[in-house]
Design a protein around this ligand. Structure first.
Ligand SMILES: *[C@@H]1O[C@H](CO)[C@@H](O)[C@H](O)[C@H]1NC(C)=O
Ligand SMILES: *[C@@H]1O[C@H](CO)[C@@H](O)[C@H](O)[C@H]1NC(C)=O
Ligand SMILES: *[C@@H]1O[C@H](CO)[C@@H](O)[C@H](O)[C@H]1NC(C)=O
Ligand SMILES: *[C@@H]1O[C@H](CO)[C@@H](O)[C@H](O)[C@H]1NC(C)=O
Length: 501
């Protein structure tokens, strides 16, 4: 007994001298955390609750929707010759990139048409149609008039009030005055909506409802989707933290740039209070940055292009600075995550941003962890040595058994083996580096590609994941708390006894 005590003291002294940081960490908070993501709340993800979009007029024509127009008379597709920078023609029998237009929604029936080189279609000189505009204004705004009986039969009204028509295969003009809908009319087009490429994020929902309706729709969603009682449920079921996705516009509350609407900052304030009431910690996760870091709906992209880069760094750092300043004195702020899931972002730009954003946070707090998301399209070790230079830094990796052909033909046991072998090995290769960053499995879920799994299969799969991810030195966070798809909803999984934490 006495010897053990002496040994214990020795070990403690050893740790205090050599691993001071580690002791401090375990004093103020017990890592690793067990968290859940509060997804589809302050950053909309339409696929998690499609009904949020149901009240939008022309809800299949939201920002970023990709459409193609075939002249019913010529049976040829409208094409931005060379992908843009030139005239529109009507001489293609197949529709690919040059024949595909991304919508920028002006209102429920008026749109700008972005072509593949990112320029916009405009009504040019002599009523000819050209795709060489860099910024859309009046001359780039077209009304898509849908036929009542067949919404994909359309006519396109140009800014001059006249309709586009096929003069020939190589000449499209805005000079048609008639109103016929028959197939031989040169102004009638068959519109194909590429629904599987549509976006359904915050940009689409707010701009879809428009400035008159969006503020109330969003406020109602924020007020009801997750409430203080959910924090009671989470804490009673073994969770001790939440990861809250937020969008860049939150710092401009209550009057963010359009189409975004104000009110989400008060909700984030509430999160800290509610979490505090139930002894839970908060991770603020900058999920959507201006310019979009991955082109996906959940980055609040307007049209699917990833455009975040060097020119966005100052504003994005200012966003982090604002969040750090506002929440640094909340005792339950555990971490700020600088950017969710970059994909296609220049690595040096990302590092420059991470460095500057880290310094912005450290002006306000030395204790909050700074989480750096690993780029989804790169090796999970790509940031390890870079992150090792900072204090209290965490690398976030996301482990889904989806989104890769790897999982296509795996059966239940192979899926479980993959967690216990490949995932465990990846994780241990990340955490083995001495003095390096902590590791966070910031997103994982119970969903997989198996179509007819039993409840027991799910239970074993979730248990394996929790066991393996519990080795992550910072902890893990399930995606998500609530979702229409049951296996993506930790609440549903807990209530129905699919998972026990
Ligand atoms: C379509 O018209 C453009 C402009 O005249 C021409 O350059 C192009 O080769 C034509 N393409 C086809 C497939 O006819
Ligand atoms: C939509 O915008 C167009 C072009 O600005 C305008 O002419 C039209 O009246 C608007 N429609 C609605 C329903 O607001
Ligand atoms: C119109 O396009 C749809 C696909 O969006 C296609 O199924 C249909 O056959 C087309 N109709 C005509 C008349 O070309
Ligand atoms: C944090 O600081 C703000 C502004 O100084 C203050 O209003 C607020 O009461 C503080 N909150 C806590 C929990 O100390």
């Amino acid at each position: 007994m006495g010897n053990q005590l002496l040994y214990g003291r020795f070990v403690l002294a050893f740790y205090i001298s050599c691993h001071y940081v580690a002791v401090v960490q375990s004093e103020d908070f017990t890592l690793p955390i067990k968290a859940v993501n509060l997804g589809n709340w302050l950053v909309t993800e339409g696929s998690m609750k499609p009904s949020l979009f149901h009240g939008i007029v022309n809800k299949d024509l939201l920002d970023g929707t990709q459409v193609q127009f075939m002249s019913t008379k010529l049976q040829k597709y409208l094409c931005a010759e060379n992908g843009g920078g030139s005239i529109l023609v009507l001489n293609r029998t197949r529709a690919r990139g040059w024949e595909t237009f991304r919508l920028w929604r002006v209102n429920e029936s008026a749109f700008n048409l972005r072509v593949s080189n990112k320029q916009f279609v405009k009504q040019g000189k002599g009523k000819k149609l050209v795709a060489d505009s860099n910024s859309p204004t009046h001359m780039e705004t077209f009304q898509i008039v849908r036929n009542h009986g067949d919404p994909n039969r359309v006519r396109i009204r140009a800014p001059n009030g006249l309709f586009l028509q096929a003069i020939s295969e190589t000449l499209v003009m805005a000079d048609h005055e008639g109103s016929a809908w028959d197939e031989n009319d040169p102004s009638v087009f068959n519109m194909t909506v590429l629904a599987d490429r549509s976006l359904n994020g915050e940009y689409q929902i707010t701009n879809g409802y428009g400035p008159d309706r969006a503020p109330q729709i969003m406020q109602d969603h924020w007020d009801t989707y997750i409430t203080e009682d959910d924090f009671r449920f989470m804490s009673e079921n073994g969770l001790n933290a939440v990861r809250v996705p937020v969008g860049w516009w939150i710092v401009h509350d209550p009057t963010p740039p359009k189409p975004f609407v104000g009110g989400s900052l008060q909700i984030l304030d509430n999160v800290f209070t509610w979490a505090q009431n139930y002894g839970m910690k908060v991770i603020v996760d900058l999920h959507a940055v201006q310019g979009s870091q991955n082109g996906r709906s959940h980055s609040a992209s307007r049209d699917g292009y990833q455009e975040w880069g060097d020119s966005y760094i100052p504003d994005t750092v200012a966003t982090i600075d604002f969040l750090a300043e506002r929440y640094a004195n909340r005792s339950n702020l555990v971490a700020i995550e600088l950017m969710n899931e970059p994909v296609g972002v220049n690595l040096q730009s990302l590092k420059n941003y991470y460095q500057a954003a880290y310094e912005a946070i450290r002006k306000h707090t030395s204790s909050a962890y700074v989480i750096m998301s690993n780029p989804l399209d790169r090796d999970s070790k790509v940031l390890l040595s870079f992150a090792g230079a900072f204090n209290r830094v965490v690398i976030d990796v996301h482990y889904y058994s989806l989104f890769s052909d790897t999982f296509n033909n795996m059966n239940v046991q192979q899926n479980i083996d993959y967690i216990r072998k490949q995932r465990a090995s990846d994780l241990s290769s990340l955490i083995s580096s001495k003095g390096g960053p902590l590791i966070f499995v910031g997103e994982w879920s119970g969903a997989w590609k198996i179509e007819s799994a039993s409840k027991l299969d799910y239970q074993v799969f979730e248990k394996a994941q929790i066991e393996v991810y519990s080795h992550a030195t910072f902890g893990w966070a399930y995606w998500s708390y609530k979702c229409d798809s049951n296996y993506w909803s930790l609440k549903w999984m807990i209530e129905n006894n699919y998972v026990k934490l």
